[in-house]
Structure formats: structure tokens, C-alpha cells
Design a protein around this ligand. Structure first.
Ligand code: ARG
Length: 269
């Protein structure tokens, strides 16, 4: 009987050690090695943000396209793995990198101090400004952020614009919405007075909606105007490899070409 008990204890101990070992082993795998082992790069994005990532109809089917998606394809190609684009609402994009469901996030993401505490960022691949999208017939009344007193300003939940608006537009009512398209619809229907968002996206909506315009208000330039790719903290060789690819795309003008290429697509909700 004693021998059987000893064997059982050894077996449990052995299994426990293996389990711990497996767990530690998985946690110890460098992000780049994990991606190469899987053979797939999972990229989290929120396809409601043309020209960076948005949905369009290709042969009657919804497809996620955009300059960021073309960049993701290039990164996967250079790493020698398949690309899996994981679409979700923007306020879930960073969580999916943090919980390991996605390897990286490319979603028109801006650099911010808060985010840098939790994630690694690639080198910058683009620069934008924060702008205010309003109804064209009232655009001239918006001359500074003081003009927003008493107004309803929509922002996308989880964005740097949401943080900026809540901290700086104290006299406005800040309405946080999950989908960018929802914010635009609320603006068009008069439910909100303005939408705060990235400049290229606002210009796209203004060009497709003759009743909308970008207000002539200058918002402060901060790190949040620099776009970069989000990776887990201390990504090491993954960051090194992605930075090399981003540097090439920026220096050759290839990312700018991606923006021109996707300008021909029409975004669908
Ligand atoms: N640049 C802003 C940020 O990083 C907004 C990004 C929204 N992106 C999107 N795919 N909806 O918070």
C-alpha cells in the first residue's frame, strides 16, 4: 500500500512540475518566436476608420481593407507567416493584445504615455492632427475650444480623443460611442454637435457627406498625433523586426502609397 501511495504522489508531483513547466515555458516564449511557431500573425483592428482600416465590398462580400491592413500584410510576409486580421470594436483592441488573443494591434493607434506604460510601440509610421467634424452650416461658429461650451461632442470609446476631451473640454458634454459610424450618424441627425477624431478620417467623412465639414479649430499637437503599432511590453526581437519593416515603409514612401491605393475603395458600415 505504501509503495502505491509513493508512486501516486510522485506521479502527481511529476504532472504538477510538467504543468508548471509548460505554463512557465509558454510565458517564457518570446513574442516573435511564438508567432513563428504558430505560423500566423494575429493583428487586432477596428475596421471603422478609413483610410486606415475599414470595410468595403469586394465581389459582393465585406472585406477589411486599409493602409494599416496593407502594412499588416507586408509585416506578415516579411516574418514569413500567414496574416489573421481580428476585427473588433476599438475599445477591445488593446485588451486583445494584453490578454494574448492578438499578437499586435494596428488600428490607427496613437502613441500615448498611458499606453506606453502597458505596451511597446513600434516606431512611428504616420502623423495626424485631432480635428472637429461638425455640420457644414454651423462650421463658422466653431473658432476655438471655447466654442464647445454647452455642446455635445462625440468621441470613440477608448481613444486618445476620448481622454483629451474628458480632460480638456470641461464645458462640453462628452458622448463616448463604440463605433465611429455611430458618432457620424449622431452628428448628421443632430443628436450631437461635433465629433472629435483623427484628421484623415474626418476629411474622408467630410468628402462623402456634403452636410459635414472640418471646423477651423487647432488642437494641441501631442504624442497622440503619432501613429504606431502596439505590441506586448518588452517584445524584444518582435519590436526590432517590426521597426525595420516600418522604417522601410516610411522611408520608401510605401505607406503613403498604401493610403493612395485604398482611397479608391468605398467604406461600408
Ligand atoms: N488615434 C486614436 C487612438 O489611437 C483613434 C484610433 C481609432 N481607430 C479605429 N480603428 N477606430 O486612440
Amino acid at each position: 500500500m505504501k509503495k502505491m501511495m509513493t508512486a501516486a504522489v510522485s506521479l502527481v508531483a511529476g504532472l504538477t512540475l510538467v504543468a508548471c513547466g509548460t505554463g512557465d515555458k509558454d510565458a517564457a516564449i518570446a513574442p516573435l518566436d511564438k508567432i513563428k511557431e504558430k505560423g500566423t500573425l494575429v493583428v487586432a483592428t477596428s475596421p471603422d476608420y478609413a483610410p486606415f482600416e475599414f470595410q468595403t465590398l469586394v465581389d459582393g462580400k465585406n472585406k477589411v481593407v486599409g493602409a494599416d491592413i496593407l502594412m499588416a500584410e507586408k509585416i506578415a510576409e516579411k516574418l514569413g507567416v500567414k496574416l489573421e486580421v481580428s476585427s473588433m470594436s476599438f475599445d477591445n483592441v488593446l485588451n486583445s493584445v494584453q490578454n494574448g488573443k492578438a499578437d499586435i494591434a494596428i488600428a490607427g493607434l496613437s502613441v500615448s504615455e498611458d499606453r506606453m506604460k502597458v505596451f511597446d510601440f513600434s516606431d512611428a509610421y504616420y502623423h495626424v492632427q485631432d480635428v472637429l467634424l461638425v455640420k457644414k452650416d454651423g462650421a463658422s461658429s466653431y473658432t476655438s475650444t471655447d466654442s464647445l461650451a454647452g455642446k455635445k461632442v462625440a468621441v470613440q470609446k477608448g481613444t486618445t480623443q476620448e481622454v483629451y476631451a474628458k480632460e480638456n473640454l470641461k464645458d462640453a458634454s462628452i458622448i463616448s460611442l463604440t463605433q465611429m459610424g455611430e458618432a457620424i450618424n449622431e452628428l448628421k441627425s443632430g443628436q450631437v454637435d461635433a465629433v472629435l477624431l483623427d484628421s484623415p478620417v474626418a476629411l474622408g467623412y467630410a468628402s462623402q457627406n456634403k452636410d459635414l465639414a472640418v471646423a477651423d479649430i487647432k488642437f494641441p499637437e501631442t504624442d497622440a498625433n503619432t501613429k504606431a503599432i502596439v505590441m506586448p511590453k518588452d517584445s524584444g526581437s518582435l519590436k526590432e523586426e517590426i521597426d525595420k519593416i516600418v522604417k522601410e515603409l516610411v522611408e520608401t514612401g510605401e505607406y503613403e502609397n498604401y493610403l493612395k491605393e485604398v482611397a479608391n475603395y468605398t467604406a461600408v458600415e
